[in-house]
Design a protein around this ligand. Structure first.
Ligand code: NAP
Length: 523
């Protein structure tokens, strides 16, 4: 498939009229063809008009049609074959195996949402039948189901060019809910975005859906992004990226005449607590696991373990020795973009002014290669300096050394909201860990024991979310099937004749949904 440099407004290839965006191969620092000219307000207007026109038809599609559509997107992405892998590798510097794995995850995610849509549990049907003779007042017939919010704007992430970009988790969950999607492509991987965007558009056509179900725009966040978020026809936003970008979009959405929800996943340093007995029993194994997790994918994961918390002692010293030895052998890895590399280098330099460097990885041998870093500081210093808990996106971590359990607790209380918090423990640590759980539950969306936070399973029970600044809305998850709930709202139908009810709420339950009927869950 020849890349054209065009946006997609419904089924139409449209060329932008703003500054050209060219992907840079971060491994060579060379620009890649073709150029993608950014869109303007006029393109946002067209895409929103089309999405709005598609909404009422798309939201009424049957569960089967919508599930088949998601499966069709997966099939069209797979049909892109090696071209997709090669382009994504060139645009991100990520190794082919990683991109292949991510394609599998992206298509698996789409199929998981297809299963979720078919099962219909997300409709959360609740029926309270009429009680005309109830005293002192009769009860009306009341029936509730979930309906989609409306067209959703999705901002592709730089660090997951497939799984959190054009047809990634935000898009899959919004489409599953019945919301048309307009993607604002990330400027770091426009070619990958075009390939995947065309696959989605082909699936829209193959399934006979209205063209406005999906559009793909390029352009500046400050122009196209803000225009999208402030368009009255957009009813929700999905975003993964920087804290400043997520906040700008959240504030724009809140300032609208009709404010809308923004599900922005932004910044997290994912604290890892190393308890004394665990350190005593397996300092070296912990060091090995930590360095592998820290340096995976050049550390460019939102769940990267950027903060270690432990009590001072001989076992911690052994951990530091083993982690330093491992880290010193780690090769510098190409980061996603020159901008992300520069932000990493700046972040590491800034941290070096406040914390001591324990170990560095091998120096860079090519452009945009991030050198891994481990820093150390004392709990008092950490508590006194808010900058020490700023996210450094890349393979950098800070070890906070505490004198005792009281300080460990103070450090945990001091933390901002997180996607994850990890506890490494043995049986002898259980009492200390248990005492900390209420604090950690207040701070994080996912708590792990004796594992590493990188690697986020796409499943029903996953929570990839957490209090600010991990996300802008801690009541949700952006990974896993519960992500669909972000794009739904409940509607109650009172005293409707059966013939006027949506199928999901009809008395005979033709969709065979597991309803909550008069207070009891049907089996
Ligand atoms: P980003 O700069 O936040 O960009 C993400 C998207 O938001 C882009 O489409 C961007 O459009 C748009 N955007 C950014 N600022 C905006 C603003 N003020 N108004 C409107 N739209 C705006 O994120 P990035 O390019 O992926 O990476 C930059 C930094 O984000 C990294 O160094 C890292 O610190 C952080 N990051 C964190 C995570 C995480 O999961 N925690 C993931 C990726 C990146 P434009 O490109 O046109 O501005």
């Amino acid at each position: 498939m020849t890349l054209t440099g065009s946006m997609l407004i419904g089924q139409h290839a449209v060329y932008g009229n703003r500054e050209a965006i060219r992907a840079i191969n971060p491994a060579t620092d060379r620009p890649l063809e073709p150029a993608y000219h950014g869109g303007s307000g006029e393109h946002v207007e067209r895409a929103c008009a089309l999405a709005w026109a598609a909404f009422d038809t798309f939201r009424e599609t049957s569960l089967e049609v919508r599930a088949s559509f998601l499966e069709s997107i997966a099939e069209h992405i797979e049909a892109l074959g090696d071209e997709l892998i090669e382009r994504a590798v060139a645009e991100t510097g990520l190794p082919p195996q990683r991109i292949q794995g991510e394609r599998g995850r992206t298509c698996g995610q789409l199929r998981t949402f297809a299963r979720t849509v078919r099962a219909g549990e997300w409709l959360d049907v609740r029926v309270d039948t009429a009680e005309p003779s109830r005293q002192p007042l009769p009860r009306a017939d009341l029936r509730q189901r979930q309906v989609p919010l409306g067209p959703v704007a999705v901002f592709g992430a730089s660090n997951f060019p497939l799984a959190f970009s054009v047809a990634g988790g935000d898009t899959a969950s919004a489409l599953a809910a019945g919301c048309p999607v307009i993607v604002k492509a990330h400027g770091a991987h426009p070619g990958t975005s075009e390939l995947v965007g065309r696959a989605v558009a082909q699936a829209v056509s193959a399934c006979g859906l209205p063209p406005g179900v999906f559009s793909l725009l390029y352009g500046s966040g400050r122009e196209v992004g803000i225009a999208l978020v402030t368009d009255a026809r957009i009813k929700a936003v999905g975003f993964t990226g920087s804290r400043s970008g997520g906040l700008a979009l959240t504030q724009a959405a809140q300032a609208r005449p009709e404010p809308i929800p923004v599900y922005a996943e932004m910044s997290s340093i994912n604290p890892v607590l190393l308890f004394p007995a665990a350190l005593q029993a397996r300092a070296s194994t912990l060091a090995e696991g930590f360095v592998a997790s820290l340096t995976q994918g050049a550390g460019q994961f939102c769940t990267n373990p950027g903060l270690l918390i432990a009590r001072a002692g001989e076992a911690l010293d052994r951990f530091i020795g083993a982690a330093s030895e491992r880290l010193q052998g780690c090769t510098a890895q190409t980061m996603l973009t020159p901008g992300i590399f520069n932000a990493y280098a700046t972040g590491v330099s800034a941290l070096a002014e406040h914390a001591q460097v324990v170990a560095r990885g091998l120096p860079a041998t090519g452009p945009n290669q991030g050198q891994a870093h481990l820093f150390i500081t004392q709990a008092d210093a950490f508590l006194a300096n808010q900058h020490l808990q700023a996210e450094i996106f890349g393979a950098s971590a800070l070890l906070v050394v505490c004198a005792d359990d009281v300080q460990v607790r103070q450090v945990c209380e001091h933390l901002e909201g997180q996607l994850t918090a990890t506890l490494h423990l043995e049986a002898a640590d259980l009492a200390s860990a248990s005492a900390l759980l209420p604090v950690l539950e207040r701070k994080a969306g996912r708590l792990l024991v004796n594992g590493w936070p990188t690697g986020v399973e796409v499943c029903d029970a996953m929570v990839h979310g957490g209090p600010f600044p991990a996300t802008s809305d801690a009541r949700s998850t952006s990974v896993g099937t519960a992500a669909i709930l972000r794009f739904l709202r409940p509607v109650c139908y009172q005293d409707f004749p059966d013939s006027l009810l949506p199928h999901a709420l009809e008395q005979a339950n033709p969709l065979q949904l597991r309803r909550l009927l008069n207070g009891r869950r049907e089996v």
